[in-house]
Design a protein around this ligand. Sequence first.
Ligand SMILES: N[C@@H](CCC(=O)N[C@@H](CS)C(=O)NCC(=O)O)C(=O)O
Length: 211
Amino acid sequence: MLKLFYGAGACSLASHITLEEIGKPYETYSVAMAKGEHKSPEYLKMNPRGKVPTLQIDNEFLVENIAIQDYLVKSSPEANLAPKEPLGEARWISVNAWLSNTVHPAFGRWNRPGNITADEAAHPAIKEAGKKAFWDCLTEIDGMLAGGQWVHGAQYTTSDAYVMVFYGWGLRIPELNLKELKNYTAHKDRMLQRPAVKTVLEREGSALLKT
Ligand SMILES: N[C@@H](CCC(=O)N[C@@H](CS)C(=O)NCC(=O)O)C(=O)O
């Protein structure tokens, strides 16, 4: 049985939605991040980086959203959650890598400038730069969604679950008006129609359900 360790509202939502979309039985554990449970000795044994998500596969532990999503896609090919031909698959990896290595850290600079420097005088400038970089990323995602229903066109993939994370995070920055991003907002509404997405957002108590 697979077991996902996630944090409510965290980037682990991407893996959580993917796991539910697969349609097989699984277990979840909500890591109490506000209480620092992700830094507890027990959790660090599973994920020494002290981050969510972690996927337990029998006695093995897998970390990093894009690796977890890749494992789920390949171990349940019938769910059809990624392109199968080489160029399509490479584009899917390309988007997911960018979401992980550029979009997520941009928000992180706004959300936790203390992770960049302990010098509090520098925090406002770091937050401002992070907010701008994050908005540029959201605008690029909006552009990706201009031509089709999903990030990769007609096929729903794990990238759609991943971009849902960042729409939710964008809502937390008061100065950003996500409604300006018409394609991304329509995508978020389409996502909310999917039973798997609703199930997971309800389990996480997500603010996305109130949009
Ligand atoms: N690249 C990693 C990022 C994981 C990550 O940074 N998770 C955050 C939550 S969104 C976390 O656990 N932060 C806790 C911490 O760094 O203390 C992935 O996509 O899995």
